[in-house]
Design a protein around this ligand. Structure first.
Ligand code: URA
Ligand code: CA
Length: 434
């Protein structure tokens, strides 16, 4: 077999056989096939796409390029959750402790934030002492004792994705449905859980800008999961405005704690309950949505969800006092309030624009190597549809670089619109793909 023939077939839209796909991925991870040929293949895929069969083989080959995590020593149906990437998506920190409190074992590997999208790992690291890199045995041991652990992806998890993603990043081939789906699903499959609930974000702050594209991505990922023998469900949720109120790492930890104490923002809770009920059903602890919602509400109202988060933080070396006394979390030196210039209703809170502002304040990375300022970010006091009076505080910007704050302030202002008319409430959950 020759790489050039596989590239030519893909270029001409001819269906690739499993052996050809395996050859390509093997050659990619072992550096036998040079980067320029892989890059050419990625571009051909960008234009030609992949059939369900091709993308399933491609994903499995990627998953098998490294070690597959063996979670068989954990009792019960292990459920993973993944978001395709959004702004201020605090859900993992809320929904995973809640479903764990309902008896669903959570052994989750999370990623870091890149660009204007945040990552759970960075958020967890804003808790003093919290360790997100643990030996696999310790990780499994924590799940067996308390029912939940969230750590970073191990070095040898899907090496093919590291290589492919780096090439996609510099060849304008990131936003391709089969390439996104295989990148995400290879890591989920290698993560070893029995079921996967996907949160496919759609809107201005997400990869997928329109619902039809998001449904396509969701169907592709569900299909891959099922071909790999995993129960897989996807929810399509809105990312036209940031989710909840906090954008940034320690700010989102605070937001998650408040949510688990029963004071969560309603949009954020709606997404958490939707994801949580699907996770509980996949795990078999609830038979339907009603029963799942009852269990989740009880875990929330009794404080058991919050207890689970504390148990996990303690088991991973973090300071649980910081989950009560937020002054123990990283604090920004400066804060600026963004005030409404007129009376009216908030009609826009652009997710991407605000995500980029938060990133510039230090909450995110432009490049993989960048260091994050865990205390930086934005807190939204108002959301789309809410009324504001002139002079009222719409959002607070947090940072440690005063000059940066001054630069970002007008950009944040431009991402928010106030109009005379109240908009009808936008949809938050567009649908479920099974
Ligand atoms: N997240 C991933 O892990 N990979 C992609 O390609 C896109 C989002
Ligand atoms: Ca949030």
């Amino acid at each position: 077999m020759r790489a050039v023939d596989i590239i030519k077939k893909k270029r001409d839209g001819i269906h690739l056989r499993e052996e050809e796909i395996n050859f390509l991925i093997k050659g990619c991870s072992s550096d036998v096939i040079p980067d320029y040929q892989i890059a050419a293949f990625l571009m051909a895929t960008y234009f030609r796409g992949m059939s369900y069969e091709e993308v399933a083989s491609f994903t499995l080959a990627m998953a098998n390029s490294g070690k597959i995590v063996d979670l068989s020593s954990i009792n019960g149906v292990k459920i993973d959750k993944h978001s395709t990437g959004g702004v201020a998506d605090t859900t993992t920190l809320i929904v995973c402790p809640l479903v764990a409190a309902c008896g669903v074992p959570i052994a989750k590997m999370s990623g870091r934030g890149l660009g204007h999208t945040g990552g759970t790992l960075d958020k967890l690291e804003s808790i003093p002492g919290m360790r997100v890199s643990l030996p696999l045995e310790k990780f499994i041991d924590i799940v067996n004792t308390i029912g939940i652990s969230i750590i970073g992806q191990t070095e040898d998890l899907v090496p093919a994705d590291k290589k492919l993603y780096a090439l996609r990043d510099v060849t304008a081939t990131v936003d391709s449905i089969p390439l996104i789906a295989s990148s995400i699903m290879s890591k989920k499959i290698a993560g070893g859980s029995d079921g996967i609930v996907l949160d496919v974000k759609v809107g201005d702050g997400a990869f997928m800008k329109d619902v039809d594209e998001a449904v396509k991505l969701a169907k592709t990922m569900v299909n891959i999961g099922e071909s790999a023998g995993k129960k897989t469900v996807a929810v399509i949720t809105d990312m036209n405005q940031p989710l909840g109120q906090a954008i940034g790492n320690s700010l989102e930890v605070m937001e998650a704690c408040e949510a688990l104490k029963g004071r969560g923002n309603s949009d954020l809770m709606e997404v958490c309950f939707t994801l949580g009920s699907l996770m509980s059903i996949l795990a078999g602890v609830a038979k339907d949505r009603e029963e799942a919602l009852d269990l989740l509400r009880d875990a929330l109202n009794s404080g058991r969800g919050m207890m689970k988060l504390k148990e996990m933080v303690m088991a991973q070396g973090g300071d649980v006092n910081a989950l009560e006394d937020y002054s123990l979390l990283p604090q920004a030196r400066f804060k600026y309030e963004l005030k409404a210039k007129a009376d009216g209703y908030v009609s826009k809170m652009a997710a991407e624009g605000l995500g980029i502002c938060a990133m510039k304040l230090g909450a995110g990375r432009e490049k993989k190597e960048d260091r994050i300022d865990l205390s930086a970010g934005i807190f939204l006091n108002k959301k789309v549809g809410e009324h504001v009076n002139k002079g009222e505080n719409i959002a607070t910007l947090y940072g440690n670089d005063e000059k940066r704050l001054q630069e970002v302030l007008p950009e944040a202002e431009a991402s928010i619109k106030i109009s005379g008319q109240k908009e009808s409430r936008r949809k938050l959950v567009y649908g479920i793909v099974r």
